[in-house]
Write a protein of this length. Structure first.
Length: 161
C-alpha cells in the first residue's frame, strides 16, 4: 500500500502517518510544498525512531509524482463530500491512498476530475469540521489491509503471561 500526503502542513500529523506507515510496511509519499522542514523536531518526535524503518519518497510537485506512477496505478482520494464511503470499495495491495492539506484538503479540481475515485469517511456531527489527518490515514489504511487479510502481520510476543 501507499499513503500520499499532498502538501502536509502540520509536523506531528506527518510524523504520526510515518509511524503508521512504518508499522504497516506502507510506502509514504510526501508531495511538496511541505509546511515544515523535514528535520523539524516535532516531526521526528511524532514519528519517533520509525523514520529509519520506513520507505518514503519526497516529490517536488503533484505532477512529478503523478508522472512517475506505474501504468494502471489506482489512486483513492479521501476527502469530505466524496460520493462513496471508504469501506464501499475494494482495495488492492498497490493502491495509493491520497490525503490533502490539513487546512484545505485536496484541490477541488483534482477531486472533480477523479470523482469515481473520491471517497469519504462518514462524520455524524455536523458541527465537527473534520477529523485529524493521521486518524483518517489509519482508518482507511486498516480497512484496506483488512480487506487483504492483514497479510505479512508481524505478531508481538507477550512475555511473562
Amino acid at each position: 500500500m501507499h499513503i500520499v500526503l499532498v502538501e502536509p502542513e502540520i509536523p506531528p500529523n506527518t510524523g504520526n502517518v510515518a509511524r503508521l506507515c512504518a508499522a504497516t510496511k506502507t510506502v509514504l509519499h510526501l508531495i511538496e510544498p511541505l509546511g515544515f522542514e523535514l528535520d523539524d523536531r516535532q516531526l521526528k518526535r511524532a514519528g519517533m525512531d520509525y523514520w529509519q524503518h520506513l520507505e518514503w519518497h519526497r516529490w517536488p510537485s503533484w505532477t512529478v509524482f503523478r508522472n512517475q506512477l506505474p501504468s494502471g496505478a489506482r489512486l483513492w482520494f479521501i476527502e469530505s463530500d466524496g460520493p462513496r464511503h471508504y469501506a464501499e470499495v475494494g482495495y488492492s495491495p498497490d493502491d495509493y491512498l491520497v490525503f490533502g492539506r490539513e487546512t484545505a484538503g485536496l484541490p477541488r479540481k483534482l477531486l472533480e476530475d477523479n470523482r469515481d475515485w473520491w471517497l469519504r469517511i462518514p462524520m455524524f456531527n455536523d458541527k465537527s469540521r473534520s477529523l485529524n489527518l493521521s486518524n483518517c490515514a489509519a482508518v482507511v489504511l486498516f480497512e484496506a489491509l483488512r480487506q487483504q487479510g492483514f497479510g505479512g502481520e508481524a505478531r508481538s510476543v507477550v512475555r511473562g503471561a
